[in-house]
Design a protein. Structure first.
Length: 311
Protein backbone atom coordinates (compact mmCIF):
# COMPACT_ATOMS: atom_id res chain seq x y z
CA UNK A 1 0.00 0.00 0.00
CA UNK A 2 1.30 3.44 -0.95
CA UNK A 3 2.12 5.76 1.95
CA UNK A 4 -0.42 8.47 2.77
CA UNK A 5 0.41 11.72 1.01
CA UNK A 6 0.95 14.76 3.21
CA UNK A 7 -0.50 18.28 2.75
CA UNK A 8 1.42 20.52 0.38
CA UNK A 9 1.62 23.98 1.92
CA UNK A 10 2.13 26.58 -0.81
CA UNK A 11 1.69 29.69 1.35
CA UNK A 12 2.55 28.94 5.00
CA UNK A 13 0.16 30.23 7.64
CA UNK A 14 1.07 33.81 8.47
CA UNK A 15 1.59 34.00 12.22
CA UNK A 16 1.74 35.96 14.44
CA UNK A 17 -1.04 38.23 13.26
CA UNK A 18 0.24 41.68 12.32
CA UNK A 19 -3.16 43.04 11.25
CA UNK A 20 -5.20 43.19 14.51
CA UNK A 21 -8.43 44.31 12.81
CA UNK A 22 -8.39 41.52 10.19
CA UNK A 23 -10.35 38.27 10.36
CA UNK A 24 -9.45 34.92 8.82
CA UNK A 25 -12.03 33.31 6.54
CA UNK A 26 -11.36 29.79 5.32
CA UNK A 27 -12.25 28.93 1.75
CA UNK A 28 -11.90 25.44 0.35
CA UNK A 29 -13.05 24.08 -2.94
CA UNK A 30 -15.65 21.32 -3.01
CA UNK A 31 -14.17 18.04 -4.26
CA UNK A 32 -16.18 18.11 -7.49
CA UNK A 33 -14.86 21.59 -8.36
CA UNK A 34 -11.27 21.33 -7.21
CA UNK A 35 -8.80 22.51 -9.79
CA UNK A 36 -6.50 25.23 -11.00
CA UNK A 37 -9.26 26.93 -13.00
CA UNK A 38 -11.59 27.55 -10.06
CA UNK A 39 -8.75 28.75 -7.88
CA UNK A 40 -7.55 31.05 -10.65
CA UNK A 41 -10.99 32.61 -11.15
CA UNK A 42 -11.40 33.17 -7.42
CA UNK A 43 -8.02 34.85 -7.02
CA UNK A 44 -8.55 36.92 -10.17
CA UNK A 45 -11.80 38.27 -8.71
CA UNK A 46 -9.87 39.53 -5.69
CA UNK A 47 -6.96 40.87 -7.71
CA UNK A 48 -9.08 42.80 -10.23
CA UNK A 49 -11.09 44.77 -7.65
CA UNK A 50 -9.01 47.46 -5.86
CA UNK A 51 -11.18 47.31 -2.74
CA UNK A 52 -10.73 43.56 -2.41
CA UNK A 53 -7.08 43.64 -3.40
CA UNK A 54 -6.22 46.26 -0.76
CA UNK A 55 -8.14 44.60 2.08
CA UNK A 56 -7.55 40.88 1.55
CA UNK A 57 -4.34 38.89 1.74
CA UNK A 58 -3.81 35.18 1.23
CA UNK A 59 -2.68 34.11 4.71
CA UNK A 60 -2.51 30.40 3.86
CA UNK A 61 -2.73 28.21 0.78
CA UNK A 62 -2.43 24.44 0.73
CA UNK A 63 -3.47 21.29 -1.06
CA UNK A 64 -4.73 18.60 1.30
CA UNK A 65 -4.65 15.12 -0.31
CA UNK A 66 -7.76 12.99 -0.24
CA UNK A 67 -5.99 10.00 1.30
CA UNK A 68 -4.70 12.24 4.10
CA UNK A 69 -8.25 13.55 4.65
CA UNK A 70 -9.63 10.00 4.71
CA UNK A 71 -6.99 8.50 7.00
CA UNK A 72 -7.37 11.35 9.50
CA UNK A 73 -11.20 11.32 9.27
CA UNK A 74 -11.21 15.07 8.71
CA UNK A 75 -14.64 15.17 7.05
CA UNK A 76 -16.27 13.04 9.74
CA UNK A 77 -14.76 15.24 12.44
CA UNK A 78 -15.76 18.44 10.67
CA UNK A 79 -19.39 17.32 10.39
CA UNK A 80 -19.44 15.34 13.65
CA UNK A 81 -22.36 17.28 15.10
CA UNK A 82 -24.52 16.71 12.01
CA UNK A 83 -23.35 13.10 11.64
CA UNK A 84 -24.47 12.47 15.23
CA UNK A 85 -28.01 13.65 14.46
CA UNK A 86 -28.01 11.76 11.16
CA UNK A 87 -27.10 8.50 12.87
CA UNK A 88 -29.35 8.90 15.90
CA UNK A 89 -32.46 10.21 14.19
CA UNK A 90 -35.35 11.70 16.11
CA UNK A 91 -33.96 10.40 19.39
CA UNK A 92 -31.25 13.06 19.22
CA UNK A 93 -33.72 15.96 19.11
CA UNK A 94 -33.84 18.27 22.11
CA UNK A 95 -37.24 19.19 23.56
CA UNK A 96 -36.96 22.61 21.93
CA UNK A 97 -36.23 21.05 18.54
CA UNK A 98 -39.29 18.84 18.94
CA UNK A 99 -41.45 21.86 19.72
CA UNK A 100 -40.14 23.79 16.74
CA UNK A 101 -40.65 20.75 14.50
CA UNK A 102 -44.33 20.62 15.51
CA UNK A 103 -44.75 24.38 15.08
CA UNK A 104 -43.22 24.33 11.60
CA UNK A 105 -44.70 21.16 10.11
CA UNK A 106 -47.92 21.05 12.12
CA UNK A 107 -47.43 17.38 12.95
CA UNK A 108 -47.14 15.51 16.24
CA UNK A 109 -43.43 14.82 16.73
CA UNK A 110 -44.02 11.50 18.50
CA UNK A 111 -46.17 10.15 15.67
CA UNK A 112 -44.15 11.55 12.76
CA UNK A 113 -41.89 9.22 10.79
CA UNK A 114 -38.52 10.91 11.24
CA UNK A 115 -35.38 9.11 10.08
CA UNK A 116 -31.73 9.95 9.79
CA UNK A 117 -30.51 10.05 6.19
CA UNK A 118 -28.68 6.72 6.37
CA UNK A 119 -31.73 4.87 7.68
CA UNK A 120 -33.95 6.58 5.08
CA UNK A 121 -31.58 5.38 2.34
CA UNK A 122 -31.63 1.83 3.67
CA UNK A 123 -35.41 1.62 3.94
CA UNK A 124 -36.04 3.11 0.51
CA UNK A 125 -33.04 1.67 -1.38
CA UNK A 126 -31.88 5.21 -2.22
CA UNK A 127 -28.33 6.12 -3.14
CA UNK A 128 -26.68 9.07 -1.41
CA UNK A 129 -26.75 11.01 -4.69
CA UNK A 130 -30.45 10.27 -5.24
CA UNK A 131 -31.32 11.52 -1.77
CA UNK A 132 -29.15 14.61 -2.25
CA UNK A 133 -30.78 15.48 -5.57
CA UNK A 134 -34.40 14.92 -4.46
CA UNK A 135 -36.19 18.22 -4.96
CA UNK A 136 -38.99 19.33 -2.64
CA UNK A 137 -40.92 22.54 -2.07
CA UNK A 138 -38.87 25.01 0.04
CA UNK A 139 -41.67 24.88 2.60
CA UNK A 140 -40.86 21.20 3.14
CA UNK A 141 -37.41 22.01 4.51
CA UNK A 142 -36.74 23.18 8.06
CA UNK A 143 -33.42 23.83 9.81
CA UNK A 144 -33.33 23.09 13.54
CA UNK A 145 -30.10 23.85 15.40
CA UNK A 146 -28.13 23.49 12.13
CA UNK A 147 -29.80 20.14 11.36
CA UNK A 148 -31.77 20.06 8.11
CA UNK A 149 -35.12 18.26 8.12
CA UNK A 150 -36.58 17.57 4.68
CA UNK A 151 -40.13 16.27 4.20
CA UNK A 152 -40.29 13.74 1.35
CA UNK A 153 -43.82 12.45 0.74
CA UNK A 154 -44.67 12.30 4.43
CA UNK A 155 -41.25 11.03 5.52
CA UNK A 156 -39.01 13.44 7.44
CA UNK A 157 -35.31 12.94 6.66
CA UNK A 158 -32.62 14.41 8.91
CA UNK A 159 -29.55 15.83 7.15
CA UNK A 160 -30.28 14.44 3.69
CA UNK A 161 -26.96 15.83 2.42
CA UNK A 162 -24.58 14.15 4.87
CA UNK A 163 -24.28 10.77 3.05
CA UNK A 164 -23.43 12.56 -0.22
CA UNK A 165 -20.90 14.83 1.51
CA UNK A 166 -19.13 11.86 3.06
CA UNK A 167 -19.26 9.93 -0.22
CA UNK A 168 -17.83 12.75 -2.33
CA UNK A 169 -14.87 13.26 -0.02
CA UNK A 170 -12.86 10.13 -0.67
CA UNK A 171 -9.20 9.16 -0.83
CA UNK A 172 -8.77 10.16 -4.49
CA UNK A 173 -10.17 13.67 -3.96
CA UNK A 174 -7.75 16.43 -2.98
CA UNK A 175 -8.97 19.70 -1.52
CA UNK A 176 -7.49 23.15 -2.14
CA UNK A 177 -7.66 25.32 1.00
CA UNK A 178 -6.91 28.97 1.57
CA UNK A 179 -7.35 31.63 4.23
CA UNK A 180 -8.55 35.05 3.16
CA UNK A 181 -7.34 37.48 5.81
CA UNK A 182 -9.91 40.18 5.38
CA UNK A 183 -10.48 43.72 6.56
CA UNK A 184 -13.76 44.02 4.64
CA UNK A 185 -17.07 44.76 6.32
CA UNK A 186 -19.48 41.83 6.39
CA UNK A 187 -21.63 43.24 3.57
CA UNK A 188 -18.52 43.82 1.46
CA UNK A 189 -17.37 40.25 2.01
CA UNK A 190 -20.78 39.01 0.94
CA UNK A 191 -20.42 41.09 -2.21
CA UNK A 192 -17.05 39.44 -2.80
CA UNK A 193 -18.74 36.03 -2.60
CA UNK A 194 -21.38 37.20 -5.08
CA UNK A 195 -18.65 38.41 -7.42
CA UNK A 196 -16.78 35.10 -7.14
CA UNK A 197 -19.96 33.25 -8.05
CA UNK A 198 -20.47 35.51 -11.06
CA UNK A 199 -16.90 34.79 -12.19
CA UNK A 200 -17.50 31.05 -11.88
CA UNK A 201 -20.70 31.31 -13.89
CA UNK A 202 -18.98 33.36 -16.60
CA UNK A 203 -16.16 30.81 -16.58
CA UNK A 204 -18.76 28.04 -17.07
CA UNK A 205 -17.78 26.36 -13.82
CA UNK A 206 -21.25 26.92 -12.34
CA UNK A 207 -24.61 27.18 -14.03
CA UNK A 208 -26.61 30.35 -13.48
CA UNK A 209 -28.98 28.49 -11.14
CA UNK A 210 -26.31 26.78 -9.02
CA UNK A 211 -25.45 28.32 -5.63
CA UNK A 212 -21.85 29.13 -4.79
CA UNK A 213 -21.93 26.57 -1.96
CA UNK A 214 -21.85 23.80 -4.60
CA UNK A 215 -18.41 25.01 -5.67
CA UNK A 216 -16.75 26.09 -2.45
CA UNK A 217 -17.10 26.34 1.30
CA UNK A 218 -16.37 29.45 3.33
CA UNK A 219 -16.43 30.03 7.07
CA UNK A 220 -19.78 31.62 7.83
CA UNK A 221 -19.10 32.50 11.45
CA UNK A 222 -16.02 33.15 13.57
CA UNK A 223 -16.51 29.84 15.40
CA UNK A 224 -16.71 27.98 12.11
CA UNK A 225 -13.32 29.49 11.29
CA UNK A 226 -11.90 27.55 14.24
CA UNK A 227 -13.57 24.34 13.10
CA UNK A 228 -12.22 24.81 9.58
CA UNK A 229 -8.73 25.42 10.96
CA UNK A 230 -8.86 22.24 13.04
CA UNK A 231 -9.35 20.25 9.86
CA UNK A 232 -7.29 22.07 7.27
CA UNK A 233 -4.61 24.28 8.81
CA UNK A 234 -1.18 22.62 8.58
CA UNK A 235 2.45 23.50 8.86
CA UNK A 236 4.85 22.71 5.99
CA UNK A 237 5.93 19.50 7.78
CA UNK A 238 2.33 18.24 7.71
CA UNK A 239 1.67 18.81 11.42
CA UNK A 240 -1.36 20.76 12.61
CA UNK A 241 -0.78 24.39 13.41
CA UNK A 242 -1.19 24.77 17.20
CA UNK A 243 -4.81 25.29 18.23
CA UNK A 244 -3.98 28.52 20.08
CA UNK A 245 -2.53 30.08 16.91
CA UNK A 246 -5.84 29.90 15.06
CA UNK A 247 -6.86 33.51 14.49
CA UNK A 248 -10.18 33.58 16.36
CA UNK A 249 -8.92 31.21 19.07
CA UNK A 250 -6.04 33.59 19.74
CA UNK A 251 -8.46 36.53 19.73
CA UNK A 252 -10.78 34.83 22.24
CA UNK A 253 -7.89 33.96 24.54
CA UNK A 254 -6.85 37.61 24.55
CA UNK A 255 -10.46 38.52 25.37
CA UNK A 256 -10.86 36.36 28.44
CA UNK A 257 -11.71 32.80 27.30
CA UNK A 258 -9.72 29.72 28.26
CA UNK A 259 -8.74 27.09 25.71
CA UNK A 260 -10.85 24.45 27.47
CA UNK A 261 -13.95 26.65 27.15
CA UNK A 262 -13.34 27.19 23.44
CA UNK A 263 -12.89 23.45 22.85
CA UNK A 264 -16.08 22.76 24.81
CA UNK A 265 -18.06 25.20 22.67
CA UNK A 266 -16.93 23.40 19.52
CA UNK A 267 -17.80 19.97 20.91
CA UNK A 268 -21.22 20.99 22.24
CA UNK A 269 -22.33 23.93 20.07
CA UNK A 270 -26.07 23.85 20.89
CA UNK A 271 -26.62 26.52 23.50
CA UNK A 272 -29.39 28.44 25.24
CA UNK A 273 -29.03 32.22 24.93
CA UNK A 274 -30.89 34.89 26.86
CA UNK A 275 -32.00 37.56 24.40
CA UNK A 276 -31.95 41.26 25.31
CA UNK A 277 -35.75 41.14 25.74
CA UNK A 278 -35.45 38.35 28.31
CA UNK A 279 -36.48 35.43 26.11
CA UNK A 280 -34.32 32.30 26.16
CA UNK A 281 -33.66 30.78 22.75
CA UNK A 282 -31.89 27.54 21.86
CA UNK A 283 -29.62 27.69 18.84
CA UNK A 284 -26.48 26.26 17.30
CA UNK A 285 -23.51 28.51 18.04
CA UNK A 286 -22.40 28.67 14.40
CA UNK A 287 -25.86 29.73 13.25
CA UNK A 288 -26.34 32.21 16.09
CA UNK A 289 -23.07 33.97 15.24
CA UNK A 290 -23.25 33.67 11.44
CA UNK A 291 -21.93 36.79 9.77
CA UNK A 292 -20.80 38.30 13.08
CA UNK A 293 -17.59 40.16 13.75
CA UNK A 294 -15.26 38.79 16.39
CA UNK A 295 -16.48 41.36 18.90
CA UNK A 296 -20.17 40.60 18.32
CA UNK A 297 -19.62 36.83 18.49
CA UNK A 298 -17.73 37.23 21.79
CA UNK A 299 -20.48 39.43 23.25
CA UNK A 300 -23.09 36.80 22.45
CA UNK A 301 -21.24 34.29 24.62
CA UNK A 302 -22.12 36.47 27.61
CA UNK A 303 -25.79 35.60 26.96
CA UNK A 304 -25.29 31.83 27.32
CA UNK A 305 -27.40 30.35 30.13
CA UNK A 306 -27.13 26.64 29.29
CA UNK A 307 -25.28 24.16 27.07
CA UNK A 308 -26.93 21.10 25.55
CA UNK A 309 -24.77 17.97 25.89
CA UNK A 310 -25.95 16.00 22.85
CA UNK A 311 -23.21 13.32 22.74
Amino acid sequence: MAPTRMPTVIVPYKWPITEPSHEDVFVYLRPETNGVRVESLLLRTIRNNPRYHENITIAYLANVPGDFIASNRIIEEHYSDRVYFTLNGKGAFTSEMRRRFEDYFGEDFAKAEILGAFEAMRRNSWSSEHLFELRVDPADVCVLNAQTVKRIEGLYVINYDIPAILHKNHARTDVAVMILRSNLESDEFQQLLDDIRESLVEGEVLSAATPLSHALHHSKSPFEQILDAKGYLYQPDGEHCPFETIRFTDWLIHHGLELSVIRGLLRYPILAFREPDGRVVEEHLFVYTEGDTYHTARQKLDRVVAQVLTR
